[in-house]
Design a protein around this ligand. Structure first.
Ligand SMILES: O=C1O[C@H](COP(=O)(O)O)[C@@H](O)[C@H](O)[C@H]1O
Length: 221
């Protein structure tokens, strides 16, 4: 972990804690939506140390691989191991998988589970892959058009470039937030983001669906 990435994670944790705290001053519960992958780990660890009314905070994921919750590929495991620790262990975490064997079979149950959360979310923290995907809105997914257009909260996704089936919040659901943040690191992702800012084809680079939310960008080399 470089010093710049650690500092970025700490600054992001401070901003997210501040946002949650502000929202909790005027509402009973607040919702935080986080992303999986490798980038958020230092952010999760920094956020877990914050003194917040965690028992009034719901946390869920932007997307998930349809894998066992103990799998190393599980975004829920990532959140449990790194964010739901220390002070933040009191938060209420809502995972995006079920006992169903496929996301197509489980999506309705997960949608019911997430409907009772405190929408709009206080903060959505997005990540981005080198192909411009965010959440599980992948350029090569046959469900991308549906996930970008539907009013349904969640979509089951099959993506040729990914080994596991996935479930993702739709763009419409992820738009329902008071604040949107993109957390990325590295020159390769900076170049992808620059490319995204220079065009408007959302299917080519799905992160474009969030560029005008507005989107606060947290980037370090
Ligand atoms: O597959 C995923 O990838 C993206 C980016 O992950 P990273 O490892 O490059 O940080 C992530 O935002 C998404 O939630 C995750 O499911």
């Amino acid at each position: 972990m470089t010093k710049a990435r650690q500092k970025l994670a700490e600054q992001l944790a401070e901003a997210v804690a501040q946002a949650l705290s502000e929202d909790l001053e005027r509402q009973e519960r607040a919702l935080l939506i986080v992303s999986g992958g490798s980038t958020p780990v230092p952010f999760f660890k920094a956020l877990a140390t914050k003194l917040l009314a965690w028992e009034r905070i719901d946390i869920t994921l932007a997307d998930e691989r349809w894998v066992d919750e103990h799998s190393s590929d599980s975004n829920a495991k990532l959140v449990r191991d790194n964010l739901l620790q220390g002070n933040a262990a009191a938060a209420h975490f809502v995972p995006l998988t079920s006992k169903a064997s496929t996301p197509e079979e489980g999506v309705a149950e997960v949608a019911e589970r997430t409907a009772s959360l405190a929408w709009p979310a206080s903060v959505v923290v997005l990540g981005m892959g080198g192909d411009g995907h965010t959440a599980s809105l992948f350029p090569d997914s046959q469900e991308l058009g549906l996930a970008l257009a539907t009013d349904e909260p969640l979509v089951a996704v099959r993506t040729p470039s990914q080994p596991q089936p996935r479930i993702t919040f739709s763009a419409a659901s992820l738009h329902q937030a008071n604040r949107h943040i993109l957390h990325i690191t590295g020159d390769d992702k900076r170049a992808v983001l620059a490319n995204a800012l220079n065009g408007d084809d959302v299917r080519q680079l799905p992160i474009r669906a969030f560029l005008s939310c507005p989107l606060a960008i947290y980037w370090a080399p």
